[in-house]
Write a protein that binds this ligand. Structure first.
Ligand SMILES: [Zn+2]
Length: 168
């Protein structure tokens, strides 16, 4: 048993086609590559233990499985190319919700001063949240996003040139 040979597949001595090396029978013609299944699996185990890189191999594979991690996608970059506007990850929405909550409290008929105070405070918190999220953080996230939009009315060619450049 040659454990130094890294190949998982072998040319069948009977039909000449490629077949898994550690299956008892040739996958194409049924020629017996190993006398018994026990010998085939013992050989496979010995072959696997000879190299840690072969750990994930299976006897019916023709090649070592390629270990690929989860594909990493830059969704912000992709959304930008597709022209989809993503709002930045932010804690301002919590502030917006708090403001809306206080505004809703102001709708409950307590006394007029209480409703005014709660309503004004709620409105201020709400506006701070909207301003921070939409104006401050959004502009920071897409600093040049407005430039193509400003150019667009002057001529369609400029924007199409921009798209060409983005693709390359
Ligand atoms: Zn064969």
């Amino acid at each position: 048993m040659d454990t130094g040979n890294p190949a998982l597949a072998v040319d069948c001595p009977h039909c000449g086609l490629i077949t898994p090396r550690f299956l008892q029978y040739c996958r194409n013609c049924g020629f017996s590559l190993w006398p018994t299944p026990t010998m085939a699996s013992a050989a496979f185990q010995a072959w696997k233990e000879a190299d840690p890189a072969r750990r994930d191999a299976r006897p019916y594979d023709l090649e070592l499985p390629v270990v690929a991690g989860p594909e990493e996608v830059d969704f912000e970059e992709r959304a930008h190319h597709l022209g989809i506007h993503l709002f930045p990850p932010s804690s301002y929405p919590f502030l917006i919700c708090l403001g809306i909550f206080l505004l809703a409290l102001a709708a409950i008929p307590f006394g007029a001063p209480v409703r005014w105070v709660v309503g004004v405070v709620g409105m201020v918190i709400f506006l701070i949240g909207v301003f921070g999220w939409v104006v401050l953080e959004d502009v920071r996230m897409y600093p040049q996003e407005d430039i193509p939009v400003e150019r667009a009315p002057s001529g369609g060619q400029a924007s199409s040139v921009n798209h060409e450049e983005e693709r390359h």
